[in-house]
Design a protein around this ligand. Structure first.
Ligand code: SF4
Length: 148
């Protein structure tokens, strides 16, 4: 229990995570990388493109939202695979909130088993720096309500 009497979440002691750049979350299987209009404008600016041109070339509509395009193998169009097996992101500094807040998503934080299930696909979960509860909650809140 917290001082206010509220039940603390199972991750109240914080969680560890360090991306090892395996690329599992950004490619290999089809999925969605949700992107909002403000994010499209920011990414387009980063790539020195007009937002409308960026959207035409790199964005698709799905479920009333916008998602970045993928290659046929499921890799995000902005994923870079290096010869040493590591991966990078061509728009890392302006990547969408979905990417920035991984793995602190509501779905992963729902329960300890959900977190363990996410760790099966993401070897960075449980490694590296320890993130305290306020940081986790801020990331989760930021990612919580993706714009339609
Ligand atoms: S799956 Fe995890 S460790 Fe691999 S690139 Fe994504 S965040 Fe990093």
């Amino acid at each position: 229990m917290s001082d206010s009497g509220q039940k603390l979440p199972w991750y109240s002691g914080g969680l560890s995570f360090a991306c090892i750049r395996c690329g599992n979350c950004c490619g290999g299987t089809p999925g969605y990388v949700w992107v909002s209009v403000p994010e499209i404008i920011q990414i387009a600016e980063h790539l020195r493109m007009e937002p409308s041109e960026f959207e035409r070339l790199h964005v698709r509509r799905a479920e009333r939202r916008r998602s970045l395009l993928e290659h046929e193998n499921g890799d995000c169009e902005f994923l870079v695979r290096h010869a040493d097996g590591k991966t990078g992101c061509r728009i890392h500094s302006v990547r969408p909130v979905q990417c920035r807040t991984w793995p602190f998503w509501k779905s992963n934080l729902d329960s300890r088993p959900a977190w363990k299930a996410a760790a099966k696909g993401c070897p960075g979960i449980g490694q590296g720096p320890h993130y305290p509860l306020p940081v986790i909650e801020a990331a989760c809140a930021e990612n919580g309500d993706l714009p339609l």
